[in-house]
Ligand binder design. Sequence first.
Ligand code: PLP
Length: 368
Amino acid sequence: MRVRYSYLPQQFAEPEEILAAIRAHLQTCHLTLGPEVGQFERAFASLIGTTFAIGVASGTDALALSLRALGIGHGDEVITAANTFIATVGAINAAGARPVLVDVTPAFTIDPGRIERAITARTKAVIPVHLTGEVADMEPILALARRRRLQVVEDACQAITASSRGRRAGAMGVLGAFSLHPLKNLNVWGDAGVIVTNDPALNERLRLLRNHGLKNRDEVEILGYNSRLDSIQAIVGNWLIRQVDDITNRRIANAAAYDAAFGDLDGEITVPPRRPDVRRVFHLYQLYARRRDALYRYLHANGIEAKIHYPIPLPLQPGLAHLGYRPGDFPETERQAASLITLPVDQHLSEEQIRYVIEVVREFCRSR
Ligand SMILES: *Cc1c(COP(=O)(O)O)cnc(C)c1O
């Protein structure tokens, strides 16, 4: 049996409805910031439970513009998780600030106990990353941020509709950033992103920032960017946003089947800690594996397209060398890079495929 990683051919096997909407849109020739963008923003804000949602060009821009809207830039430091996808660090850099990395917990999110030591006189913000669809431990982070007067911008790019104690990921900090990249849980046909907030002044400022700082056709209020949510992507988003709950529930059910099947493989496989008060949305399903690389080869030899996110610890990437981090600085992040394996968990997997993955992983664990 083959278990592919990408489900995009299945997801968009019947695109006629979307194509018809795009054709109708073309007839209006209202090709930037058309009504589809506003419609998507209203639906997105209501999904996350915030007053405002601002569509932008990517998840990376959602983070960079958030920092800019808060006045964070040159000379400032921004703390984030050492195991994140490069885009978080790239966005801090794009805003002109210096990224400061902090190690994470075995549940993949920034370790609140380590943040305080990383704060300096230049620190302006913390970006907790809800990696894999897990939710960072927000209560201590928000309390610390209040005490030390730091802004909290959530990187919720992998965590659409995740929540902790009933509070949605992205809606707990002053701003929350999402990605609609084709590989994310709410995915469009290219790059797109969204920022959510309850703050009317930030909403106004972000709308200026994403559109050259233009107040109207002729007046430039602030210096901004060209980072609009593309109208065609908004059309795809409007079609898909209705399916988000179904998509997410399928992923959660698949993950629950895996968790139940892999709980007793002590020594070979360890299921990450699952905090009971979190609704995690499994953008990725990851396990710790003692013989990770051998398991990866075994799965591929048996037709299962497992992945490794991410094989090189971010702090040790050549592109971050100027930050001066050394092997051993982030033991948990390094351990994760060496032992995590990602299994397909998406909404298009059949029950047979899930059973087959379970069977092959268990078979591997029995072998020596
Ligand atoms: C995908 C992702 C981003 C960036 O999103 P893009 O839309 O690809 O720019 C940022 N942070 C995390 C954790 C992501 O997974």
